[in-house]
Design a binder for this molecule. Structure first.
Ligand SMILES: [Zn+2]
Length: 256
């Protein structure tokens, strides 16, 4: 298979004891690229170290996760902004709005999202969005930039069919992960009604492991279960799902 994991936090401490084995297993399963979204100023160092250990394989993004937007978010954003001058990144992210854990900082989260949008425009990079209980708010912000050539991914897409159409209309792809393998998920319906050209695959490792690994630590080698489930829904081979979604990811993140 030829897979791309468009969202893994491989640099987190959950992988400190066996990162090399995790990377080997991913390569054995055909994962050619692992894209790493940043979380905050503290994770940038570990993330860039992993990127340096696996050049061309593990590729970093830069951004401030919405659940890390708090009192000192302005200082955080300045540090994040500084990184864009020093290193190359495949995307701006992850950013977005999360109203599940905390609604107190909505205004700050919106301001942070807008700063990320400006970086995406300035550096001509895709935007990786995290959305939880917040699709309406994010769509509202993105509408303001409709004709600015924004592109990106709604990572772990949380909406229904109509919201998927809206996201695509705004220039974004849907990041599909382990949730599509869970029973009671609306993702099979969304995947069924969305053209495969609008979908990229992701693990969100170490979180959200797909069936039959649900509840365990997630890792990029499990991407095959997600490709398999998407294939079942679409009536396609997992190989074909892997091929098309990897081509989508290459177009979006590497412009080829
Ligand atoms: Zn993430």
């Amino acid at each position: 298979m030829n897979l791309t994991d468009t969202h893994t936090h491989l640099y987190l401490s959950q992988f400190d004891s066996d990162r090399q084995e995790v990377v080997s297993r991913a390569k054995q399963e055909g994962v050619r690229h692992m894209l790493m979204p940043n979380i905050d100023s503290h994770t940038a160092g570990p993330m860039l170290r992993v990127a340096g250990e696996y050049p061309g394989l593990c590729l970093p993004m830069m951004g401030l996760h919405p659940t890390s937007v708090g009192e000192s978010y302005d200082t955080e954003l300045e540090i994040i902004e500084g990184w864009f001058e020093k290193e190359n990144f495949v995307a701006v992210g992850e950013t977005g709005i999360d109203l599940y854990w905390d609604t107190a900082y909505l205004e700050q989260q919106i301001k942070s999202l807008e700063r990320h949008i400006q970086w995406a425009i300035k550096y001509d990079l895709p935007l990786v969005l995290h959305s939880r209980n917040s699709l309406g708010e994010i769509f509202g912000v993105l509408e303001k930039y409709r004709n600015k050539g924004l592109r990106g991914v709604f990572h772990c897409f949380p909406g229904g069919v109509e919201e998927a159409e809206k996201a695509i209309d705004l220039g974004f792809m849907l990041g599909i992960g382990g949730v599509v393998t869970y029973s009671n998920s609306q993702m099979p319906e969304v995947v069924g009604s969305t053209g495969l050209e609008h979908i990229v695959l992701e693990t969100d490792a170490p979180f959200l492991a797909p069936h039959p690994k649900r509840g365990k630590r997630n890792e990029s080698s499990y991407l095959k279960f997600i490709a398999g489930r998407v294939g079942d829904i679409k009536g396609m081979d997992a190989e074909e799902v892997a091929r098309v979604t990897t081509a989508n990811a290459s177009r979006l993140f590497f412009s080829y």
